[in-house]
Structures are given as structure tokens and as C-alpha cells.
Design a protein around this ligand. Sequence first.
Ligand code: MN
Length: 289
Amino acid sequence: MKKQIEKIYSRPLRPGMVGDGFRVFNYFPNNGLSQQRVSPFLLMDFNAEYDFGPSDHLRGVDVHPHKGFETVTIAYKGSVAHHDSTGNSGVINPGDVQWMTAGAGILHKEYHEKTFSKTGGPFEMVQLWVNLPAKHKLTNPGYQAITAGQMEKVTLADNGGSVNIIAGSFNEHKGPASTFTPVNMFDIRLNAGGKLTTKIPAEHNTILLVVNGEVEVNGEKAGQHDLVLFKNDGEEINVSADKNSVLLLLSGEPINEPIAQYGPFVMNTHRELQEAFEEFHSGKFGVLE
Ligand code: MN
């Protein structure tokens, strides 16, 4: 049975700045789509293509904490550098994904990579926050650097395009990311006229972001920067591209637990948020210059 479409959300009107390096449209939780409705996803910030221009200063976000969830950064254009308090660092280049588990608490900073900063140019990325269930919220912080080359790439029929599997499974092929709850995350590139068919479990909360292009999804048109929310009723998804298109398909088994959020901390209760705040201020998340 086909998954029906519940609603198609247009891009929010105005972008916000995260630090001085990320000009993002927040699709949730600030625009009428609740965190429980899209659980386990907590936040979607989309830096739609934007040319920052050359700079000697590294634009970005300086040291800040996270606790109780995971951040996933997908680079489409431009490069993002990262350092964290566990000693991990890396560069996320176009096509690559960084999956960081904040878990029990981490400090990190995120900014434009040095060479990219100097030359400037188009910058396009998505950052997602993925919740952790209560039993894994205090897991050790960790980091998965997933390059485009490490992902299983499925080539679609009739020169239709390709699917890079970041997490979960697409038509029997599996992605490399290790997740705490069942999550599917696919980086889809369709050529004009290209078609894709897949099945996602009915109970998964499922969304599709049109990063670029224009498609028809289960009979409805979705344009540039639209976000499609599916009902939790069927399994089948059919997409055909009217233009060359880049799509991000996300689904996950809902975590049916209370969500308590204060800025960069996402726990289950208010008391746990207070603890997170106290731990951060007493230096328990480590040190990062
Ligand atoms: Mn962060």
C-alpha cells in the first residue's frame, strides 16, 4: 500500500544565523511540525545554497555543548570542519556525513573549512538532531565520519540517478551509520525523468526534503525546498523527477518518551535538564579550546 502524504511544508520564510557560518531555514521544531510527530528527529536546519564569499576569518559556531542526542551534518556544497572535547576532529566534504553522538555530554565547534573559507563559494548543508532513547542518553560521546565513498551507492534503472545510503536500508542495501534506534537516511540524486520506488515501514515517521529540484511524490508535486510529511499508514514511496533533483529521505521508529529540551540539551525530564546545565557549568563535558 502507498504511503499517503499528510502535508507538504514550504520553506520557512526567513533564515536564521547559527553563529556566523550557517544561514539556515529551520523546518522543525519551530514551524508547526512537532518533535513528537517526527520523532526520533528533533531538529532540521537547512542551509539552502548560499554564497558566503571569501573570508580570512573562519565563519562558524564556537565551542558549545550538547547532551542527550546525536547531531548529523550532511554537506552538499562547501566543507565544514569540526573539533570536539573527545579529541575527534575532521572535515565534512561535499557528499560526506558526520554523525556525532553527544550522549552523556560533549563540547564541539563547527566552522567553514580553512581553504573553503579563503576561496568562498556556494555552501549547502543540512544539520539534523536525532534523539536518543532514555536508556542510551548517557552513552559515551562518539563520532562517525562517513564519507560518500564509504556509503553503499545504489544505481537506479534507466539512468535515473543514484541513492547513497547513509543509514538504514534501501531496497535490501544497507548504509554504514550505526544508530541507536531504527533510522533510514538516504541521499538521493535523481536525473530529470528518473524514478525511484522503495518501501519504508508504515509505523516510521517519514519525511522527504527537496534539497534541489522538483519531483512528484506519490502523486503530488513537491517543489524546490519543500518538506513532505507522510502519514503513518502505508509503505510504498514512488518518486519521479521533473528536473535533476537532490532529495533527503528520512524515516525512523518513533521514540515514545517525553522530550524535555533546553537549547543544546535534550533529555526526558526538567530535572535532567538542570543536571545537564550544572554538569556543563562545572566542566564535566571536558575541555575544548
Ligand atoms: Mn553543535
